[in-house]
Design a protein around this ligand. Structure first.
Ligand code: NI
Length: 254
């Protein structure tokens, strides 16, 4: 199994990384993609990829963390991205939930575009964070296509929007919320999105799946996400695992 979006580089998990990785491996999660959100967390993602065979890294600036972004910082991201275990630029994108001011949103767009350009220059796929910004994200991806593949991580848009994104070749990551009682939206998406575009992720330490909701999340909970996906699609867990493995290989080569 694979966790295509996790933050072992987060303070909540990093000090216990050895135990966390061991628990993941013993629950059958053999690959983890650790995603950065700024320069330091991206460096740490690469360092974790060096430390553990099962860990890969994505590097980039999250739209909520643009305080220290600069062209020089992006040059450092570019250097990090040359590491053989960096398989994506991410997470990058737009977050309109926390940022209502037009000025900040404009800034987010500028750096989203610059990081798309970087991914295209390096020929890497992209992990996108889009929160309450699906329409703008869609328009940007239409105007600035990504050469390699890309994923909308923790997809929270509508099934209709997902269909439009699917036509652009986009993948969709799903996490703990598909196990939550009140989350009909994400479940509907898992049920209807093209099967070859689905990915499993935890986004740990956040979004812990049921029955551990409220506790800290970690990659060893991936089987709970996979099981729910299998149930929603009418596959056995093994079949679903094969499908997700194939999808992850297609986008990230891991
Ligand atoms: Ni994340």
């Amino acid at each position: 199994m694979i966790d295509t979006h996790c933050h072992l580089n987060d303070e909540q998990l990093y000090p216990e990384r050895k135990e966390v990785v061991e628990r993941a491996l013993s629950s059958g999660v053999t690959r983890m993609l650790v995603v950065g959100w700024d320069l330091d967390s991206s460096k740490r993602a690469v360092q974790l990829a060096d430390e553990f065979d099962s860990v890969y890294a994505a590097v980039g600036f999250h739209p909520e963390n643009l305080d220290d972004i600069s062209d020089d910082a992006l040059k450092e991201i570019e250097q990090l991205a040359k590491h053989p275990k960096v398989v994506a630029i991410g997470e990058i994108g737009l977050d309109y939930h926390w940022f209502k001011e037009e000025e900040h949103r404009a800034k987010q767009k500028v750096w989203f575009l610059k990081q798309i350009e970087l991914a295209n220059k390096l020929n890497l796929p992209v992990s996108i964070h889009a929160r309450e910004a699906t329409e703008d994200t869609y328009n940007i991806l239409v105007d600035h296509p990504i050469n390699k593949k890309c994923v909308l991580h923790c997809y929270s848009g509508s099934p209709e929007m997902a269909e439009r994104f699917t036509k652009l070749g986009i993948y969709f990551g799903f996490d703990g919320p598909i196990t939550y009682k009140n989350a009909e939206g994400p479940r509907k998406c898992v049920s209807t999105i093209a099967i070859d575009r689905l990915l499993t992720e935890t986004d740990c330490p956040y979004l812990t799946p049921v029955p551990y909701r409220g506790k800290r999340n970690e990659p060893s909970f991936i089987p709970l996400i996979l099981e729910k996906m299998a149930e929603l699609r009418g596959f056995s867990i093994n079949e679903m695992e094969e499908i997700i493995d194939r999808n992850a290989k297609e986008i990230y080569g891991i």
